[in-house]
Design a protein around this ligand. Structure first.
Ligand SMILES: [Zn+2]
Length: 455
């Protein structure tokens, strides 16, 4: 009998080739694993992420009839992802599914190339089961786009980076996307042994979930350009787009240790203020993907002019730009050029810089009142520039948020500091989740896109 969910291994299973991988990233990007699953009656509910889904391990109920097979498949894939290396017997125990059902699903997943067998587990006696894990030969091309620069990378199913490079983003979207495509083509050529599953792109703006067009990006004027169509045509791969905050939140939920969390918000505080929202286990997109724009809710109608055209949006009080303006006001017009400079001054004990960041932190906390009042999340991730000075601002933001709670316990406030890596991994999760849902529902590949050859 297997008493433990994890077995010792003769050799490390699925040992990754270090070739081509940026040094130092591996350790950062090890997947979180789900622990404490033992004894939990596993369940079969799924989270929908804009038509793509992820199994919600903590809140599942038995699936019924027709969709049961698909859901069971998602559960098994999710359990492998979270518990790898894992045996079929462990999967059966963790899922509550019969051994024969698990074996059938595993065969399917292996044939499709998502899962592969690794080492034989070392056990004191009895059968030595073959362990299963995600197939890291399957990789995804990702891009994290900013107004002046994009990071292009290759990520495998386990969230490991194989290549990463910065490309210049110019104001003309056509030329900017050409740069991204050129980089992606080079990366694909430099990993000839890998199977490329798709492209995920994180953008600094709102993406319409139906049309996948960028519809609201005050810092990037690309609204009429068909990013998805252009990249799909050039690469021959399906492309998924989402805004940076959603991608980041997805990364926390998918690669982090957030199983069981059903209500989470990620707030990015950098040049602007962005949010990604998951409510009741579902991503909230609203009409045209515009839901959750807390950064543009007005705190003071007489406040500073915002990039969106309104006055006194939360963003104009809480963003890095706001901090620079507050500091300049304190210094009677003698400000600093960058938020990094302001942070450095505060670290050195500059009184005005500390007072500025204190004011910014209070403004962030005040805005979180809107977030908690609207969504009552279990966790709020704070991301972006502000996390660099978390030691200074974290306690102020938390105190301000707690003081403004209507009732109940305040959400957990968690700084999310992986930044660009998180957005890149989130972009890969967009592609992974699409596969686990939509594709099996008869999704037609985009024009010019070859259907992936099943192994
Ligand atoms: Zn605004």
């Amino acid at each position: 009998m297997e008493e433990s969910g994890r077995a010792e291994l003769d050799t490390p299973p699925f040992a990754k080739s270090a070739k081509g991988r940026a040094p130092g990233f591996g350790a950062l990007l090890e997947l979180g694993t789900i622990t404490g699953l033992k004894g939990i009656r596993l369940a079969k509910q799924e989270r929908e992420f804009g038509g793509i889904r992820r199994v919600d391990l903590a809140y599942a109920q038995l699936a019924s009839s027709e969709i049961a097979r698909d859901m069971n498949r998602d559960i098994v894939l999710e359990l492998i992802r979270a518990n790898q290396p894992v045996s079929r017997a462990d999967l059966s125990r963790l899922s509550g599914l019969q051994r024969s059902t698990v074996s059938e699903i595993v065969e399917d997943l292996m044939r499709e190339g998502w899962v592969r067998e690794g080492a034989i587990a070392k056990r004191p006696r009895g059968r030595r089961p073959t362990m299963l894990g995600l197939n890291d030969e399957l990789v995804i091309l990702v891009a994290d786009v900013h107004p002046r620069q994009a990071i292009v990378a290759v990520v495998d199913l386990n969230g490991h980076f194989l290549s990463r490079e910065a490309v210049t983003i110019v104001s003309d979207p056509k030329r900017a996307v050409e740069n991204i495509i050129r980089s992606m083509r080079q990366m694909r050529a430099s990993h000839p042994g890998k199977s490329f599953e798709g492209v995920g792109i994180s953008l600094p703006g709102r993406v319409d979930p139906a049309t996948q067009r960028l519809i609201f990006a005050p810092n990037l004027n690309w609204s009429s350009f068909d990013i998805r169509g252009t990249v799909e045509k050039a690469m021959g791969l399906k492309v998924e787009l989402d805004n940076a905050a959603n991608a980041w939140l997805l990364s926390e939920m998918w690669f982090g240790k957030m199983d069981g969390v059903r209500n989470a918000v990620l707030v990015t505080i950098s040049e602007g203020v962005g949010t990604g929202v998951i409510a009741n286990g579902q991503p909230v997109t609203g009409k045209n993907g515009m839901a959750g724009e807390f950064g543009h809710m007005v705190l003071d109608p007489a406040g500073p002019l915002c990039a969106c055209g309104a006055r006194g949006c939360w963003e104009t009080f809480a963003s890095s730009q706001a901090a620079l303006r507050i500091y300049e006001g304190r210094k009677k017009g003698k400000g600093v050029a960058s938020i990094a400079e302001l942070h450095a001054l505060a670290e050195e004990g500059d009184k005005d810089a500390v007072a500025t960041l204190t004011e910014q932190a209070k403004n962030i906390g005040r805005g979180l009142r809107m977030v908690t009042a609207a969504l009552s999340p279990e966790v709020i991730f704070i991301a972006g520039d502000i996390t660099i000075v978390w030691g200074l601002v974290g306690p102020i933001i938390e105190a301000e948020m707690k003081a403004s709670m209507l009732a109940g316990t305040p959400p957990r406030l968690v700084p999310s500091q992986e930044g660009g890596l998180a957005r890149l991994k989130g972009a890969s999760a967009l592609v992974l989740q699409r596969h686990s849902g939509k594709v099996r529902e008869g999704d037609v590949p985009a024009k010019g896109v070859k259907k992936r050859v099943k192994k």
